[in-house]
Design a protein. Structure first.
Length: 278
């Protein structure tokens, strides 16, 4: 494998040997608009975000709930394209100290060109990219291109995966393995099955030494505090996007930053891990 880029190396260092889980903040490129999105990402890093995830807008985001779907639709409606993704990553990475990871469905990557996508991400300063709808069995081309570019390939680990599938996912992953806190689309606000999450993260850690990043269903700061003992990082998207959609403008940004600060505070003082039955 090609040596990791400085950005990818920085992400590895950020997630290693932490005393508290890192906090990742997700925002689609071009939302609420190109300039506003960049300003929002920068503000995220000043208000508790340890790393950033930049979403590639997509017309059919099948794994996402209504908030992220609407944010993607707004970005696309305003003309957001792959060029905006790279520009957003380049400017966010060069003007903050936070590692930046792209989040994309497979179709836009395939349409753009797999090798080109990986190389352009590396040149923009991205630490890596996660493609949650790309099965490991079909990922050889992407993995080779990303490794050649020196960027990480975080992998989404479905809760339904058996041990053989998890081993293949872990083998393909670098940077982190993503463990959804709920078996649901993004934006899920129902109750979490903590026993199932505990068991799943234990399985992941028995297979891989990579950091475990939690997301989906971590809808409030209180839930982040409860999930914190089981993961190395938490990523939030819908809780930040919701106020941006509902209020818009300065009021929306103020609301999103208040939410982010509350999550950061919760992760600094996590709830003690419960004794869970197997």
């Amino acid at each position: 494998m090609t040596s990791l880029t400085p950005a990818a190396t920085a992400l590895t260092a950020l997630l290693a040997h932490r005393h508290r889980p890192a906090l990742g903040a997700f925002l689609p490129a071009g939302f609420p608009n190109w300039t506003g999105g960049l300003d929002t990402l920068r503000a995220f890093t000043r208000n508790g975000a340890d790393f950033l995830e930049v979403g590639v807008p997509h017309h059919t985001p099948t794994l996402d709930g209504p908030d992220i779907k609407e944010a993607y639709a707004q970005a696309l409606g305003q003309g957001a394209r792959m060029a905006h993704v790279f520009s957003t990553i380049r400017l966010a990475a060069s003007t903050t100290s936070a590692p930046v990871v792209a989040m994309s469905y497979w179709s836009p990557v395939l349409d753009f060109g797999v090798e080109r996508f990986a190389q352009d991400l590396a040149q923009a300063g991205a630490a890596g990219a996660m493609i949650p709808d790309l099965p490991v069995s079909e990922a050889d081309g992407w993995l080779a291109a990303a490794h050649a570019a020196g960027i990480h390939t975080p992998q989404f680990a479905p809760r339904t995966a058996d041990d053989t599938q998890l081993a293949r996912i872990a083998d393909a992953a670098s940077g982190w393995v993503y463990a959804p806190a709920a078996v649901a689309p993004t934006g899920f606000q129902g109750e979490l099955d903590l026993a199932a999450l505990d068991g799943f993260t234990r399985r992941l850690r028995s297979i891989s030494s990579l950091p475990v990043v939690g997301g989906i269903g971590i809808s409030t700061p209180e839930r982040a505090a409860i999930v914190a003992p089981y993961v190395d990082a938490v990523v939030i998207g819908s809780p930040l996007i919701r106020p941006l959609l509902q209020a818009g403008g300065a009021a929306g940004l103020h609301g999103a930053l208040a939410v982010l600060r509350a999550f950061a505070k919760a992760l600094r003082t996590p709830t003690a891990a419960r004794t869970l039955t197997a």
